[in-house]
Design a protein around this ligand. Sequence first.
Ligand code: IPM
Ligand code: MG
Length: 355
Amino acid sequence: MDMRIALVPGDGIGPDIVREAVRTLDKVASVYGHSISYKEIDAGGISIDKYKVPLTEDALESAKASDAVLLGAVGGPKWDHVPGNLRPEKALLGLRSGLGLFCNLRPAVIYPELSSASPLKPEVISGGVDLLVVRELTGGIYFGEKGRSEDGKSAYDVMRYSADEIKRIARKAFEAARIRHNHVTVVDKANVLETSRLWRETVSEIAGEYSDVALDFMYVDNASMQLVRDPRHFDVLLTENMFGDILSDEASMITGSIGMLASASLRDDSFGMYEPIHGSAPDIAGQNIANPIATILSAAMMLRYSFSLEKEAKAIEDAVASALSDGVRTKDIASSNAEYVGTEECGSEIIRRIK
Ligand code: IPM
Ligand code: MG
């Protein structure tokens, strides 16, 4: 297969970790006989420095012209002073909405070898935690009208959803549940928000088409509590954009290893954007310290969702699992006083294990 991949290394540790994911993809391509061409795109702080905007039209167009996008991370304190609409994060939002990526999948799994890294008590996570946050990504308060009054003393952000936007993401959640544990929990604030009431109505409406999937609803405040009280209750959490942002950080912390978690942002065709859940960690950028695993696993998700290369995706995931069980650790997941490897060596240990 020929794959055209757009690389968006971005800022901070972005280039360090994307480099390792590319080496991993190249190894997979050579073992399984595929060819990959890459095109590098500037987005985020680096684009602000070069072009004064976080995402240029050209950058968006080259992303559109690819089959899939692999992104590192954007942002950093260097750009904290720039006005809101020009911040590096705007690049991410611009890519998501410009590419129509309404469906964000954020799996949180506890690797048995790393279960001691979870801040939760062993009895709460025994038997493993494996949940998937399905976050609506191109609507809601992130993209609603926003503004200030003339005197600047009041401000607003509008949260708006249409039934169609809810339906298409709900279908993705039900479909995901079908190949997992057949359970969807809709997280909302239906006791207060009208948008949430529309979510409940709309999801209930299409639930009939997925009668093999159990459906329940939970208020977001309660869900954030249940996530740490009994994370095993959850299989698929389906939620709107901002709740999904917050809950996916919480879910990732349960695993204790945010440096390991990948994500996919999808639409209805095979195109997708793949990125680690963690941020740009500017304090350790360029020092060969960052954990490349989340980005490497994002590349595996890319092979699975955008190219339907299940065997190849699995080969990467198995290589990661095998490296971990052989004790390969970057600094963030090493126990104190234990030895650890750098970004590049971690990449090499994984690449070596790809069969
Ligand atoms: C995320 C991030 C982004 C978001 C920021 C950087 C705009 O927190 O991907 O979760 O809020 O969506
Ligand atoms: Mg976030």
